[in-house]
Design a protein around this ligand. Structure first.
Ligand code: G4P
Length: 198
């Protein structure tokens, strides 16, 4: 998505070879017009998939998730992150380890909001190691519902998340694919093909 690539180049800060800071439009301040276009793009890519729910995880997945759900006219569910829970039988729970933050969270969704006839699109802001994404897919599967695929705003293609999800048989649509952050520079995957004039 050309406009998103431009935004990353203009406003993204390369903090290290592994971390891209995008707090001016995605992770802190948010750009609603761009977010709307992001939602429309995910819907276009998953056209015809009869999606009944969008699922994301708090907090930065909520904006792109909500815009996608708005265009589809279906509910958005955001999974909650909690440290540790006393056992409850009214929620789906999965453990998600964050390599970036080196901590494990329990990710939860109320059983009320997912059922076996749901077809779920999972949206997230970043795809790195794929731990959060896999945890969300396991929650959908606990409910007996179908994972239609993943919609990722920024994929760090030099980390293994995409390959893990593809190997597990999921469809992954990423709007921007970052091949490298080396030398303080953002390089996109297939740059020549991905930035045609629109
Ligand atoms: P994984 O789920 O793909 O395995 O990723 P990881 O544990 O490494 O990521 C943990 C958190 O860090 C996630 O946000 C993820 O979106 C974010 N993240 C990963 N890489 C980057 C990056 O290069 N830049 C930025 N800005 N974020 C990154 P989170 O903890 O869930 O935070 P939030 O959604 O509450 O903001």
């Amino acid at each position: 998505m050309k406009r998103l690539q431009d935004k990353v180049l203009q406003e993204g800060l390369v903090l290290s070879d592994r971390v891209l800071k995008v707090d001016s439009f995605l992770n802190h301040q948010m750009d609603p017009v761009l977010m709307k276009e992001i939602g429309e793009e995910f819907v276009k890519r998953y056209d015809g998939e009869r999606i009944t729910k969008v699922l994301t995880i708090e907090s930065s997945g909520i904006a792109p998730g909500l815009m996608t759900a708005l265009v589809l006219n279906v509910p958005l569910i955001f999974a909650r992150k909690q440290k540790s829970l006393t056992l409850r039988d009214d929620i789906f729970v999965e453990k998600v380890y964050s390599f970036t933050k080196q901590e494990t969270n329990e990710v939860t969704v109320s059983k009320k909001f997912l059922s076996p006839d749901d077809r779920v699109l999972i949206i997230d802001d970043f795809l790195a190691n794929g731990e959060a994404a896999s945890g969300l897919a396991r929650i959908v599967e606990q409910a007996g519902a179908a994972v239609v695929g993943f919609g990722i705003v920024i994929e760090k293609s030099f980390q293994p998340g995409r390959d893990h999800l593809l190997a597990a048989g999921y469809r992954v649509e990423s709007l921007v694919r970052v091949a490298s952050l080396e030398d303080g520079t953002v390089t996109f995957v297939d740059e020549a093909q991905e930035v045609p004039a629109e």
